[in-house]
Structure formats: C-alpha cells, structure tokens
Design a protein around this ligand. Structure first.
Ligand code: 5AD
Ligand code: SF4
Length: 476
C-alpha cells in the first residue's frame, strides 16, 4: 500500500481540491500519513496569488532534499495554481519535483505517480478542461465524518482584475449545473455534513452552464438548495464579487434562514481611482450601497473583506479612502495584503511604484483599524447567546476546567466560538446555544446553555467513531 502526505497552501478552493485529491488516491488504495519519512507521495497543493507563496513553496520542497536522496522512490508532486502557472518549467526549476499537475487534471494523478515510480521521466499535466468541464464530487467516507464541506459551483474567472493571476492559473469561467450541485449537497448531508460552503472564484455570478444570457441566477440556486435539501443547517458561499450582489441575492438573505448573517465580500480598495485601475467594475458607492442593503436585509449582519494596499500609484488620499471605507462599513474581519506583481497580469505595465516600506506602513495602519473594529464587534457580543455549530477540537489552548476538552465552531454569522465540554462527549456536528463570556483577539469563549446534548446529531456510523479523523492537511 502506498502512503501520501498533502500540504495545502492558499484559498478554500485549494482546500477543496486537496480533499478531492485524497479521494482520488484513496480510491486507488493509497493511505494517508502525516510522517514525511513514511510517505511514498509528497504533494504540495500550491497558491501563486502573491509572490511570497512562490518562495514558501520553493523553500519547503527544498527541506525534503535529504529525504528524497535517501528514498529514491519517493515521488514529489506539485499541484494547484503554481503548477498550472509554471507547468513543465517547474520540473527544471525545482529539480526535486517529479510530477506537476494542474487543477483540472487531478483524476490523472495516480497514473502519473505510477509512471514515475516505474522509472518514467518527470512529467507535467496542466490542461484545462474547457471542452468538457468536470467538477470533482466529494466521496462520503463514513470513517471520516465532516461537519462542514465545500461544494464547487463554478471555476475559473473572466473578471480580469488587473492585479490577479487567477484568470491565468484557473482559466476561463466554467459553470456546474444545479442538478449536480444539489445532488452533491444531498449526498454530503446524508453523510452527516451540516454546513455547506459553495465555492467559486466569483461564486455569485453562477448561472446554468448552457444559459446563453449568462445573467447571475445565484439567488435562485440558493433557493433551490434550501427547498430541496431541508436537512442542511447552514449554507455559506465564497467569494462573491460585489458586482453580482443582485437585488435577488439581497432578498434571499432576508428570506432564507439557512444563509448565515455574514458574507465575505472582497472590496480591494476604497478609492474609485484604484478600483478603476484594478478593473473591479464597481465604484466605492456601489459597494457601500450593497453592504448597507445586506445589513438591512438581516439584523446583526456582518461583512468581512479583502484589501490590497500599495497597488501601483496608490496615493496617500487613495489609502485614506480605503481606511474610511473600512470604518464606514465596519467590517468584522479584514484580510489585507501588500500588492505583489504577478506574471501575466495587466497591472505589470503600471510598475510596482509603492516602496516596500510604505506598503508595510499602510498595512500596519489598516490592521490597526481592522483590529479595533473586530475587537469592538466581539466585545459587543459578550452576554449574548449565539448558535454555535461545533466542528471539533479547538486550536485555542485556554485554561480548561478539569475533565474538560475545548471544542470550537462558528456562530450563525462567522465568529469562532470556543466551548469547554466534558471530555468523552463528542460534540462535532452539534448546534449549541452558547452564552458568550469572553472575547479574545479573534474569537469568543462561551458556556452552553444546559443540559449537554446527547451525541445524536451525527449519523450512526460517524457517532460511533467518537472523534473525527483528520487527515494531514495543512493550510498556511
Ligand atoms: N497582490 C496582492 N494581493 C492579491 N490578491 C490577489 N492578487 C493579489 C496580488 N497580486 C488578494 C486579493 C484577493 C485575495 C484572495 O488575494 O485581495 O481577494
Ligand atoms: Fe482574481 Fe478578480 Fe477573478 Fe477574484 S474576481 S479571482 S480577484 S480576477
């Protein structure tokens, strides 16, 4: 039996793809290991959205040089965006790499590994499935119950934001039909999944693949899922593009209780000048209007966002406009990045005009404002009761009372909530009413309203296995 170890970098799409890679390998008799020395296949599922990710991958693969020299039959594979971007060139750029595999070629992985193990030369497969798009479907494994799962509704991106490499690494937009999406969600729910996150580079631009008008029918998709899979507790989606936040989608947030009172809506900048240069196709005011409409649709609604600082030509006034937008929307979370010039992107011709020092300064100022907003939001929740869907053991240490373990989950918005539960009680997949007692920097701690629930919400097969088996999967 062959063993694999996967390291995942980057976004949720990569986390999703890594799961599917595992399933492809599992179906061919592979087994997971978290010890590199025991692995026959080391796979890095990569991100290339910023240059730092590139460097990280190169230095990480380098740390396995000694192991690879000792274990000649060890296969090192690179998947994901960097694989797609560099293709065959990666084989010579990093001499340790045996297999380069693009996101649309995942089913071919076992065959490529077999080819290398039987003495074939290093090999790259990075062909987009433009003619016959396929979407890898989750295989439910009873021995590995999951509470939350991702389901892809579209892939690729036609937006062409001028800083972004994704249209190049993930190709043109391809849509998945609603029948397949609903069928996959039903299967996952039957296997114990309670929360689904719909995935796509511009997830809310979704429409049926054959729909020639191409108008977003995303709200209708959400309605259909809600109607046909009533056993689903929560339905999230990421990442929406502001220009596809239609009235119908806002209305869906007002009517469908299954949608959480939160959305991650990347804005990138608060300056109209920057938004134009970034080719975001909306203005500051459009974003503010949509954010406000979402807020009105559902009480307690929160938004988080992505922001790029130091885009070419960003002036002091442009950056101040971003800060003022962040304050005006009152984001509960901000993911901010220094602009990083990427190959094949239109923004390259604008140069990289903002110094590293100024980028760092702006990033720090932005985080200061964002942290203050987040802390104010978390503090405002003290004493309130939230519905927390427990996902599993907590990463936060905390000082638990004796005979307790710390578990965590997400609220009906998106806050991380930790709970100290009696050890031996498997709460994964339970929806708990939790009174919030304490606010950390990025999460909350609370006490469930008594009594402790029975272990009943997971399917029998999952409940039997007490703790959810986590396969080696690292997100950095
Ligand atoms: N430089 C910096 N950040 C970028 N992002 C995308 N491309 C770049 C780039 N070239 C950020 C955007 C996007 C997030 C996933 O990564 O904010 O929303
Ligand atoms: Fe990149 Fe823009 Fe497409 Fe998002 S919408 S993946 S930022 S090009």
């Amino acid at each position: 039996m062959l063993r694999y170890l996967i390291q995942t970098f980057g976004c949720q799409m990569n986390v999703h793809d890594s799961r599917r890679i595992e399933e492809v390998l599992y179906a061919r008799g592979y087994e997971a290991t978290d010890a590199p020395e025991l692995a026959d296949l080391l796979l890095f599922n990569t991100c290339s959205v910023r240059e730092k990710a590139d460097h990280k991958l190169r230095s990480m693969v380098g740390t396995f040089r000694e192991l690879k020299e000792r274990r000649r039959d060890l296969v090192i594979a690179v998947a994901g965006c960097m694989a797609q971007q560099r293709g065959e060139a990666l084989l010579s750029e990093i001499d340790l790499v045996d297999v380069v595999i693009g996101p649309d070629n995942i089913p071919e992985l076992p065959e490529l590994v077999r080819h290398v193990r039987s003495g074939g030369p290093p090999i790259a497969r990075t062909v987009f499935d433009m003619d016959a798009p396929s979407f890898l479907t989750a295989q439910v494994r009873p021995e590995r119950p999951e509470v939350c799962a991702y389901v892809t509704v579209m892939k690729g991106c036609d937006e062409r934001c001028t800083y972004c490499i994704v249209p190049y690494t993930r190709g043109a937009e391809r849509y998945r039909c609603a029948d397949d999406i609903v069928a996959e969600i039903k299967t996952l729910c039957a296997g114990g999944v309670r929360e689904i996150t719909l995935l796509g580079q511009t997830v809310n631009s979704w429409h049926e693949p054959g729909d020639s008008g191409g108008e977003s029918r995303f709200a209708a998709l959400l309605e259909r899922i809600t109607r046909e899979v009533p056993e689903l507790w929560r339905l999230r989606y990421t990442s929406p593009h502001p220009r596809h936040v239609t009235d119908a989608l806002i209305d869906a947030h007002a009517r469908l209780a299954v949608l959480p009172a939160h959305v991650h809506l990347p804005v990138q900048s608060g300056s109209d000048r920057m938004l134009r240069l970034m080719l975001r196709r909306y203005r500051r005011q459009d974003y503010l209007d949509r954010a406000q409409a979402l807020r009105r649709a559902r009480s307690g609604f929160t938004l988080s966002t992505d922001i790029i600082v130091g885009f070419p030509g960003e002036t002091h006034a442009d950056f101040e406009a971003t800060l003022s937008l962040v304050r005006e929307v009152g984001f509960s979370g901000v993911f901010a990045f220094k602009y990083s010039p990427r190959p094949h992107t239109p923004a390259l011709r604008l140069g990289d005009t903002i110094s590293e020092e100024l980028k760092s300064e702006r990033l720090a100022r932005l985080f200061e404002v964002a942290d203050e907003l987040q802390q104010r939001h978390l503090q405002s929740l003290l004493g309130t009761t939230l519905q927390v869907l427990i996902e599993g053991p907590s990463k936060s240490a905390g000082a638990q009372p004796a005979n307790c373990v710390r578990v965590s989950g997400r609220s009906e918005r998106h806050e991380i909530v930790h709970v100290d539960a009696p050890s031996g009680l498997d709460l994964s997949g339970q929806l708990l009413e939790v009174r919030i007692d304490q606010a950390y920097k990025r999460s909350l701690v609370g006490t469930p309203l008594e009594p402790w629930p029975e272990v009943a919400s997971m399917p029998a097969s999952a409940a039997k296995s007490k703790t959810a088996v986590r396969l080696p999967l690292m997100v950095t």
